[in-house]
Design a protein around this ligand. Sequence first.
Ligand SMILES: C[S@@+](CC[C@H](N)C(=O)[O-])C[C@H]1O[C@@H](n2cnc3c(N)ncnc32)[C@H](O)[C@@H]1O
Length: 206
Amino acid sequence: MLRSSLLFHAVALPYDMLTRHPVWERDCARMALELPAGARHVLDVGCGPGNSTLQLPPGAVGGDHALSMLRRARRRAPAAPLVCLDAAALPIRSSSLDAVTLHSVLYLLPDRAAALREAARVLRPGGRAVLLEPQAGPRATLFGLARALPSPRWAVTAALWRAMSKVYGRSSAESLWTALESAGLRMLRIEETLGGLGLLAIAEKP
Ligand SMILES: C[S@@+](CC[C@H](N)C(=O)[O-])C[C@H]1O[C@@H](n2cnc3c(N)ncnc32)[C@H](O)[C@@H]1O
């Protein structure tokens, strides 16, 4: 399978156009509400063109493997600190961050456990990992896409996101819960988002 970081390097422009949508942006903003109170040191892993980073507190760092994505993020958020990085080997001191966010990123990674271990390593005790992931199962596909239909442009984005996640793999609430706990994080909550297409998971470093 094509490594997702190479794929996203090639599709930065269409990805930016498709996800610059109020539904996606609202979801990114919802993720930001789950940061610990007063969070200042925040890393948005797999920031893409900056959709998710733009919703985080000022000073949040956007990190991505694809330079073309970082260039687009630079245009949208000229003041945001941006870093080229690999989610599986973060160039960051242990226990130094208040929060790590991965909005629609984990499912794309070849070694998800390594990325979650890295997120856990760089969080301070009480720091949070906040993730949006595509939800597994035909119910999520059926109801999620049906709910997207009234907004045709969002329906196209949602269908493409669904297709991508079919290729790379989706999570159930149980599997996401287990993966985060196996990385040494304590689960706080998992809930549905994006009309059931996605799962929002919030976990804390003990
Ligand atoms: C679906 S996009 C999500 C972008 C943004 N978070 C959003 O919500 O719109 C996934 C991003 O993860 C990045 N990515 C994929 N593999 C990565 C890796 N190993 N390390 C860092 N970023 C990676 C891709 O380049 C892409 O920009």
